[in-house]
Ligand binder design. Structure first.
Ligand code: UD1
Length: 340
């Protein structure tokens, strides 16, 4: 019997890689995506990797009636809810669009999960809920959350709050917030990866686009931070490891006999600085990356990385791939894009 998993935003960056990881573990993904922030090329990539077309419904997660039909059509075992806007800077300019899309989409999905008693739910949360860590830069799930700096951050913070309140009203359901650190890299086949729309905000796509000539040079946002080389430190997690974390989360939830709500960090447990990424990219590719040191970016966290113990103990999951793997795969993907 098919184990159908609804994957909202399944044509997006993390969603598409998770569709691959789900299939490897015997789940059947039902993708909901309206492609407003995804590229249809991903469908060809998925077909190549899976050996068949994915099940796809072109739908907005804010379309409650359309979603209801889908829940009537499939007996979902679980839902992974990725569909959301994710650009920090854009969220400052368009707060209402962010709150409408990210919160309404989540509320619609939760209402249907309760109505149809879908037992397992995984939410795309973010380490942004920790804000700038006070004291230790390694954060665990017990580290107190802080108020975010951007509307985007608030949608994740409020999303977790909505889920916490929902959990009290529907205690039989099994719910998990995965707090992602910085997803990077691409599938090893280089057939799916990240499609930044316009100028990339995130570091690694900017690095690969600079190396291939789409961007003139990289600006390192600040080298006067109190870190080992003055640039900011993040926990970069390979997107396939992140994808597998979702499968581990679903499998864990499916094995629980009673309802629960948990939050789990999804990171490697190690921090890498911006300049270390630049150096690693140059070392791995043999290229020289044109970059300049620029001013600090407003709202940037100085240093944060995951305590990844809970993921290991609770989900039996840990990151397998290195930052070098991620850089190689991101570069192969950028080169594949150049051939299209
Ligand atoms: C932030 C959030 C993350 C959120 C993501 C959405 C934190 C700690 N992280 O990621 O939760 O999901 O936004 O996009 O709040 N950098 C440069 N030059 C560039 C681009 C980036 O130097 O051109 C630097 C940044 O200053 C930062 C690092 O690279 O130090 C990573 O930046 P980015 O990829 O944008 O991710 P975060 O800001 O960490």
């Amino acid at each position: 019997m098919n184990k159908f998993i609804l994957v909202t935003g399944g044509a997006g960056y993390i969603g598409s890689h998770t569709v691959v990881a789900l299939e490897q573990q015997g789940f059947t993904s039902v993708i909901v995506d309206d492609f407003r922030n995804a590229n249809p090329i991903v469908l060809e990539g998925l077909r190549h990797i899976l050996g068949h077309d994915p099940i796809l419904h072109r739908l907005d997660v804010c379309d409650q009636a359309g979603l209801t039909e889908l829940f009537e059509q499939y007996a979902f075992e679980g839902v992974i809810h990725f569909a959301a806007y994710k650009a920090v800077g854009e969220s400052v300019d368009k707060p209402l669009a962010y709150y409408r899309n990210n919160l309404l989409g989540l509320i619609n999905i939760l209402a249907l999960i309760a109505q149809f008693q879908v037992p397992n739910f995984v939410f795309s949360s973010s380490c942004t809920v920790y804000g700038e860590p006070v004291g230790a830069k390694e954060v665990s799930e017990l580290t107190p959350k802080q108020l975010p700096e951007s509307p985007y951050g608030y949608t994740k913070w409020m999303g977790e709050q909505i889920i916490a309140d929902f959990h009290k009203s529907s205690p039989a359901l099994k719910l998990m917030n995965l707090r992602y650190f910085n997803p990077v890299g691409a599938h090893q086949s280089a057939r799916i990866g990240e499609f930044p729309i316009g100028k990339p905000n995130n570091l690694l796509p900017f690095v690969t686009q600079t190396a291939i000539g789409k961007q003139a040079q990289l600006t390192v946002f600040g080298n006067d931070y109190p870190t080992r080389d003055g640039s900011c430190i993040r926990d970069y997690i390979h997107v396939m490891d992140l994808a597998e974390a979702h499968v581990a989360a679903l499998s864990f939830l499916a094995n629980q006999k009673s309802g629960l709500l948990e939050a789990v960090n999804i990171g490697t447990g190690a921090g890498t600085s911006v300049l270390e990424i630049v150096n690693a990219f140059e070392r791995i590719t043999g290229l020289t990356l044109p970059y300049v040191i620029g001013p600090r970016r407003a709202g940037d966290v100085i240093e944060i990385y995951a305590n990844a113990t809970k993921g290991k103990e609770m989900l039996g999951w840990k990151a397998r791939l290195s930052i070098e793997d991620a850089i190689k795969d991101a570069w192969a993907w950028e080169n594949h894009l150049a051939t299209l």
